[in-house]
Design a protein around this ligand. Structure first.
Ligand code: NAD
Ligand code: IPM
Ligand code: MN
Length: 363
């Protein structure tokens, strides 16, 4: 299979983890005889520095001419004081909107080997296998107006939480369909006791539920959901929610696994061109030190193989190799309390490649 993959490494540890994912995908390409071609584009802070904009036109064109997009992370203190339009994060929001990547799939799975590092008790996190389906191209992030204003003679600011029926319908459909292939349960998370957008969301969820009689729908208020994720995470199968709730709940859920560095994501559109990125950010506190956990990014590569290229066996090979390395006790610094006993980003990548080499070189 021949595929062109656009790679947007971005800033900070984005570059370090993107390199790791490319190496693992190259190995998979070699063993399974696929021709993966990687082409690099600028996004975020680096794009601001080099092109004066966080999302150059060339980058959008590169993505559109590719079969899938891999993204590292954007942002950093260097650009934190920039005007809103010239922030790295605008590049990320821009590419999500340009490619209409409305469904952000964030799977959360626990590993036995990491039970001790999770702040939750071992028995709480056994059997956790949930997925957060986060709406990604609307809500508070994109609603207008969003600006500084003067109100009653006072300095003020406004953001707008806005959803159209169609935007709610399509993300809920994604969640119902995902639940059909999993354990058949959707938890729709909202704030319907207060927000008008949530009331509309809940109504639409109820309407759609009748189309999916094999799926059980439950509603949960977001404050309760934040608590339930810690109290008993194994109760969840598919969580579907609006953009900002999904952002916050997924960072929270990452700690069930033990580290934010573990979580991958897939951002899907109806066009067939999808983007894959880890859930974490550019981690300025550890950038440039070879300390980042590359697993979230590498597993995002596995999601790309599965969702974009239908390469299920290859995706499973990566997931299995990650598990194998963790089971053997190897971990990056975020995954251990023992300062002396961790391996670096590049070593973690090497370990994963070595498992793949042992398992698949003879294919
Ligand atoms: P962050 O996710 O970058 O980091 C939060 C904490 O988690 C830090 O202590 C960091 O060291 C740790 N961490 C994150 N990923 C890790 C990994 N792979 N391995 C080990 N440790 C990891 O969030 P933040 O510090 O709030 O934000 C930093 C910058 O990243 C900001 O500019 C923010 O806007 C940006 N950001 C970008 C994305 C993205 O590009 N998708 C996501 C979140 C934040
Ligand atoms: C994420 C990030 C982004 C978001 C930021 C950097 C705009 O936190 O991908 O989770 O909030 O969507
Ligand atoms: Mn986030």
């Amino acid at each position: 299979m021949k595929k062109k993959i656009a790679v947007l490494p971005g800033d900070g540890i984005g570059k370090e983890v993107a390199n790791g994912a490319i190496e693992v995908l190259k190995a998979i390409g070699q063993y399974y005889k696929h021709d993966f071609e990687f082409e690099f584009g600028l996004i975020g802070g680096e794009a601001i520095d080099k092109c004066g904009t966080p999302l150059p036109e060339e980058t959008i064109e590169l993505c559109r001419s590719s079969d899938a997009v891999l993204l590292g992370a954007v942002g950093g203190p260097k650009w934190d004081k920039n005007l809103p339009e010239l922030r790295p994060e605008k590049g990320l929001l821009g590419i999500r909107k340009e490619l209409d990547l409305f469904a952000n799939i964030r799977p959360v799975q626990t590993y036995k080997a990491l039970q001790e590092i999770s702040p939750l008790k071992g028995e709480k996190i056994e059997d956790v296998d949930l997925v957060i389906v986060r709406e990604l191209t609307s809500g508070l992030y994109f609603g207008k107006p969003s600006e500084r204003i003067v109100s009653d003679g006072e300095e003020a600011a406004v953001d707008t939480l806005f959803y159209k029926r169609k935007e709610i319908e399509r993300i809920l459909e994604t969640a119902f369909q995902m639940a059909q292939k999993r354990r058949g349960k959707v938890t729709s998370v909202d704030k319907a006791n207060v927000l008008t957008t949530s009331k509309l969301w809940r109504e639409i969820a109820e309407e759609l539920a009748s189309k999916y009689p094999d799926v059980t729908l439950e509603h949960m208020l977001v404050d309760n959901a934040a608590m339930q994720l810690i109290r008993m995470p194994s109760q969840f199968d598919v969580i579907v929610t609006e953009n900002m709730f999904g952002d916050i709940l997924s960072d929270e859920a990452s700690m069930i696994t033990g580290s934010l560095g573990m979580l991958p994501s897939a951002s899907l559109s109806n066009s067939g061109l999808h983007l894959y990125e880890p859930v974490h950010g550019s981690a300025p506190d550890i950038a440039g030190q070879n300390l980042a956990n590359p697993v979230g990014m590498i597993l995002s590569g596995a999601l790309m193989l599965r969702y974009s290229f239908d390469l299920h066996e290859e995706a499973r090979a990566i997931e299995k190799a990650v598990k194998h390395v963790l089971d053997s006790g190897k971990c990056t610094r975020d995954l251990t309390n023992n300062e002396g006993a961790f391996i670096h980003t590049t070593e973690m990548v090497e370990e994963i490649k070595e498992v793949l080499a042992n398992d698949y070189a003879l294919l």
